[in-house]
Every structure is written in structure tokens, then in C-alpha cells.
Design a binder for this molecule. Structure first.
Ligand code: KG4
Ligand code: ZN
Length: 338
């Protein structure tokens, strides 16, 4: 195990087919094939996603190997997303990884997608990395968590959503506004020139470090329905202010609980991860907060925020160091917990 391993990472939990190659903690390639097929449906269609993964997986892996300028036989181990995610999509990645491991006679490593998001902070690109222990606000399309990380392979969820995820709230709000899927980046875009205090939405009262977004979603829907009933052009005339206000509400909920977690744990090394960590307002508000309070903040590069396989490869790297391998009986799990 002394030689620096070359890990091939495979990520296929939702609608992106991804492959990446890491040499130790250094990135050699990171390929993402997006699936445009879902756009017209306003959300991911699971059956179409798994079919597209089947078409994409081999060309994407080939591209990752070529870009990394290595040979297939140079790969030390293969890591794949075991879950959580869409079962049909996960099956494509896990079946590919199992066959590849068997064919090449190399170790197979099963990775939790959410842990992958967090560990993307340890991809070595010359930037400072979080010190242990640190807190990570992990915000994606399906999850909203505050995680306490003691070491790469030891982490604990200390807060989670009891209903919708932050990304889902962005996407559903965007749908109500008539924006296309995924709506998070579009809300971010239109919000840039809007007033974040133009509209007020209900605030959740949830105990401890947990989150709830279902109330704010209903509140957004009611406000828009009322507005449109009075003025059919309500959305078009107020789009920027609506986006800015929705974004402000979601980000405020996230930051409030993160601050509470910082107070409770006295941990001031803070990271964010997951698709919603690409949100420019969340990033800038967190930066302000960290500067004011003296927190050490780690924000991933945009390419490592949304789903990618480099994060699966880095999580695989840490499991490789622990010789924590899976075998051919490993199966994906749609609701995999930590
Ligand atoms: O982590 P991710 O790529 O996939 C999941 O694991 O779910 O996260 C996708 C989510 C979507 O809900 C998407 O709308 C949201 O991340 N997202 C954003 C932004 N970019 C992606 N939400 C708000 N602002 C953004 N800039
Ligand atoms: Zn994700």
C-alpha cells in the first residue's frame, strides 16, 4: 500500500454520469455528462436517468482515463456511489464498478454520496483544507445536513431536514415561478438584481439543529397565487425581487442553524458542500459571517459543489488508506445513511 494509489471514481446517483481519476489527493481528470433529457419534464425522470447512464458510462470513463493520461492497468482501485440516490441510476454505476473491479482484479470501494460531497474539500489543488474537527453544511437537491467531521472516515450528522431539502425548495419555488429545472441556479441568477427584503415568507420553528422547508414552500406558493389573482403579470413584473426574497429566506434558515451548531459545538472550522453550496448569496453571506465572527471558512470550487466523481474518488482514497473495501455482494441503497 505504500505506492500512491490511482483511484477511479464513479458517480451516478441522480442525473449526471461522472467519472474522475485521482492520484493520491491530486486530480488527474473529472468528467461530467449532464442529461438534458429531463429538462422538458421539469424534474428528473428516474427511468430516463438510468437509461442515459447506461449510454454514458463507458464513454465517460474512457474520457476520464484519456484526460488523466494513464492506462486502464494503472488504476489501483475503483470507488463508486453506493447511495443515497435513485436506485436505477445507482445500479448502473455500481454494476459498472463491480465489473471493472472484477475484470481488472482491483479493490472495489463503496462511497456514501453525502460523505463524498464533504470530502471534496480534500482534493488537493493547492488550497488550504479544513482542519479536524470541522462542521459542514451539506446542502443538495435531496439533503440538508449539518455534519461534524472528526476525521475523513468518522463523521456524524448533528442536524437534518425533517421534510424538504434546501435544493428541492429552490427547485420547487423555481417551478412555481415558471422557471426550468433545475431552478436553483436560475433563482441565483435572477436574484442578483432583486431586493431580498421585497417579500417575506413564513419562518420555520424547528427544534435543535434540524431544518424544515415545507412551510416556506407553502408560504411562497400562497403569496404567488394571491399576487397572480390580483395581477396576471405579477410574476414577470416581480421576478427578480421574488427570486432574491426566496433565496434570502432559504439562506437565512440555513445560516441560523449553522450558527447554532457552531455555538453548541464550539467548532469554528466551517465548510459547505453539495449543489446548493454553489449559490452565490449563500457563499457571500457565509463569508460575511465568517469574517465578522472569526470563523475559518472553506468553500469548494464550483466544479466540486454539484455532483461529480472527484468527490467519490477522494472519499474512496481515504477508505483505501483504511483498507475498507467492498466485495461483489455490495448493493446500492437509495436511502443510505451515514
Ligand atoms: O449535489 P447536487 O448536484 O445533487 C444532489 O445530490 O442532489 O445538488 C443539486 C441541487 C439542485 O437542487 C440545484 O437546484 C441546486 O443544487 N443548485 C443550486 C445552485 N446550483 C445548484 N441552488 C441554488 N443556487 C445555485 N447556484
Ligand atoms: Zn449531490
Amino acid at each position: 500500500m505504500s505506492k500512491t494509489p490511482i483511484i477511479l471514481g464513479i458517480e451516478s446517483s441522480c442525473d449526471d454520469t461522472c467519472a474522475a481519476i485521482l492520484h493520491g489527493q491530486k486530480i488527474l481528470s473529472n468528467i461530467v455528462a449532464n442529461q438534458d433529457v429531463h429538462k422538458i419534464y421539469g424534474g428528473v425522470v428516474p427511468e430516463l436517468a438510468s437509461r442515459a447512464h447506461q449510454q454514458n458510462i463507458i464513454p465517460v470513463v474512457d474520457a476520464a482515463i484519456k484526460k488523466a493520461n494513464i492506462k486502464k492497468k494503472d488504476i489501483t482501485a475503483i470507488a463508486f456511489t453506493k447511495g443515497p440516490g435513485l436506485l436505477g441510476s445507482l445500479l448502473v454505476g455500481s454494476s459498472f464498478a463491480k465489473s471493472f473491479a472484477m475484470g481488472m482484479n482491483i479493490p472495489l470501494i463503496a462511497v456514501n454520496h453525502m460523505q463524498g460531497h464533504i470530502l471534496s474539500h480534500f482534493i488537493d489543488e493547492g488550497e488550504p483544507m479544513p482542519e479536524f474537527p470541522f462542521l459542514c453544511l451539506t446542502v443538495s437537491g435531496g439533503h440538508t445536513q449539518i455534519v461534524k467531521i472528526e476525521s475523513p472516515n468518522r463523521m456524524e450528522v448533528i442536524g437534518t431536514t425533517i421534510d424538504d431539502a434546501a435544493g428541492e425548495t429552490f427547485d420547487k419555488s423555481a417551478k412555481i415561478l415558471g422557471l426550468s429545472y433545475p431552478g436553483g441556479p436560475l433563482i441565483d441568477k435572477y436574484a442578483k438584481n432583486g431586493n431580498p427584503h421585497a417579500f417575506e415568507f413564513g419562518k420555520p420553528k424547528i427544534k435543535e439543529l434540524n431544518f424544515s422547508f415545507s412551510g416556506i414552500k407553502t408560504s411562497i406558493m400562497r403569496l404567488i397565487q394571491k399576487g397572480v389573482a390580483k395581477n396576471p403579470n405579477f410574476i414577470a413584473e416581480n421576478l427578480k425581487d421574488l427570486c432574491a426574497s426566496i433565496q434570502h429566506s432559504i439562506v437565512s434558515i440555513l445560516l441560523k442553524k449553522l450558527e447554532k451548531a457552531i455555538q453548541q459545538t464550539s467548532i469554528t472550522q466551517i465548510a459547505i458542500a453539495g449543489g446548493v453550496s454553489a449559490n452565490s448569496y449563500l457563499r457571500s453571506e457565509l463569508e460575511k459571517l465568517a469574517t465578522t465572527k472569526g470563523y475559518q471558512l472553506y468553500i469548494p470550487k464550483l466544479e466540486y459543489c454539484t455532483d461529480n466523481a472527484a468527490m467519490i474518488a477522494i472519499a474512496g482514497y481515504f477508505k483505501y488508506l483504511d483498507a475498507n473495501f467492498a466485495d461483489q455482494s455490495e448493493t446500492p441503497s437509495a436511502r443510505l445513511a451515514f
